[in-house]
Ligand binder design. Structure first.
Ligand code: ADP
Length: 376
């Protein structure tokens, strides 16, 4: 039996653990809290902070390979473990240019992938937008679900926010008036073969992903460009594992890379129910050195809606979940987090559809069950 260690114990590791069970893979997670979703369904989790390399060392002692569900790691300390023989997949060199949003933008530019125009703002700089307004200011590290990403509409707003944050080094980038946001999951095996899932359309509200429509309806040349971007990136980084690539589509059909997640991603949750192999199984198979399956959808289309916490409470939202499960073609995934917080990702629902034209209406139905009549 292969033993895979995972740094992180949230919903991504929880979904990976379920896939591990049916593949005779033992999954061991490193996570700070015994109540985290994956810690509750795996044996003997290592209880330690994500960035605690001593915990990762213990993880490595029990596993054949270590992979990631969370990239908020201390890379320098992990490098020491790698030199001592710990096997990380993806390799630490594949992660290195990606963990900091400014480094990531610079790396993508260096390998000639299209990105929004950006500047790196340092403490002593005078902060001014070269791109007019609105403009987007981003924390370099530890941002997620829109935390650390700010859309600002005037010089005054920009300056006062940056001062309030105590002038950290940040990424300032042009606001892209995108026609839609896209994402693709791409995996690369130990032999260098690369496979891509269908490109999806993602919709965010207040910078947080609310729904994903799969597949995205796109001109062939846009799909080809996304394939080129994914293959270039995974090859250049010699990735072993799966990456999520978030993209903007501009009004003149240009594709720009917004962000790379060096792991499974929310935009790939639909693969659990709508594909021949899920993104979580793909990560496990890639990092354990198996040949990669060609991922395909097993239905015409699918819509995935995130179930975000509505309040700070211990509610398990059973009534809403039962109503969602009654929608034809729906599969509800509930992460069993110990408490609800406003905006926290508590679960998701995927509905498999024959007719792609129905996906927005279904998403609206889900959201009106979940958020009540005020859903938009
Ligand atoms: P996070 O890492 O928290 O997910 P992102 O950088 O992906 O943050 O940004 C979250 C969302 O903010 C994006 O999905 C998009 O809707 C919006 N956004 C981010 N950067 C830009 C940009 N340059 N132009 C327009 N919208 C943006």
């Amino acid at each position: 039996m292969k033993k895979v260690g995972v740094i992180g114990g949230g919903q991504l590791a929880w979904m990976m653990a379920k896939e591990a069970k049916s593949r005779a893979i033992e999954l061991i997670v490193q996570t700070p809290n015994p109540d985290d979703p994956a810690a509750k369904i795996t044996q003997n989790p290592i209880l330690g902070a994500i960035a605690d390399a001593k915990s990762t060392q213990k993880l490595g002692d029990r596993c054949d390979v270590i992979t990631f569900e969370n990239e908020f790691v201390n890379l320098e300390e992990l490098k020491v473990l790698a030199r001592q023989g710990a096997c990380f997949r993806p390799h630490l060199t594949s992660l290195e240019p990606l963990l900091d949003k400014a480094d990531q933008r610079q790396y993508l530019q260096k390998i000639r992938l299209p990105v929004p125009r950006f500047q790196v703002i340092d403490k002593d700089a005078k902060i001014t937008s070269e791109y007019g307004f609105p403009v987007v200011l981003k924390a370099r590290r530890h941002g997620y679900d829109g935390r650390g990403t700010f859309i600002l509409y005037s010089q005054n707003e920009l300056e006062s926010l940056w001062n309030r944050l105590e002038r950290p080094s940040m990424l300032l980038e042009e606001f892209i008036p995108f026609t839609c946001e896209l994402a693709v999951m791409a995996a690369r095996g130990v032999n260098g073969e690369i496979v891509l899932y269908p490109v999806v359309e993602t919709e965010q509200e207040k910078q947080v992903c609310r729904r994903v429509l799969a597949p995205a309806m796109l001109p062939l040349e846009v799909k080809a460009e996304i394939q080129r971007i994914a293959e270039t990136l995974l090859d250049r980084l010699q990735v072993v594992g799966i990456f999520g690539i978030e993209l903007f589509l501009t009004p003149d059909n240009r594709v720009l890379v917004n962000e790379i997640a060096p792991r499974t991603h929310n935009s790939g949750h639909f693969t659990l129910d709508a594909c021949n192999i899920s993104q979580f199984a793909m990560q496990l198979e890639a990092v354990t050195g198996m040949p990669l399956k060609s991922p395909q959808m097993t239905c015409n289309s699918a819509v995935m809606v995130n179930l975000l916490g509505l309040e700070n409470s211990h509610s398990d939202y059973l009534t809403q979940r039962e109503q969602l499960a009654a929608i034809p073609g729906a599969v509800v995934h509930w992460y069993s987090k110990s408490e609800s917080r406003i905006g926290r990702k508590l679960g998701h629902v995927t509905v498999l559809l024959e007719d792609a034209n129905k996906s927005r209406a279904i998403a609206q139905r889900i959201e009106s069950i979940w958020y009540g009549r005020s859903a938009t």
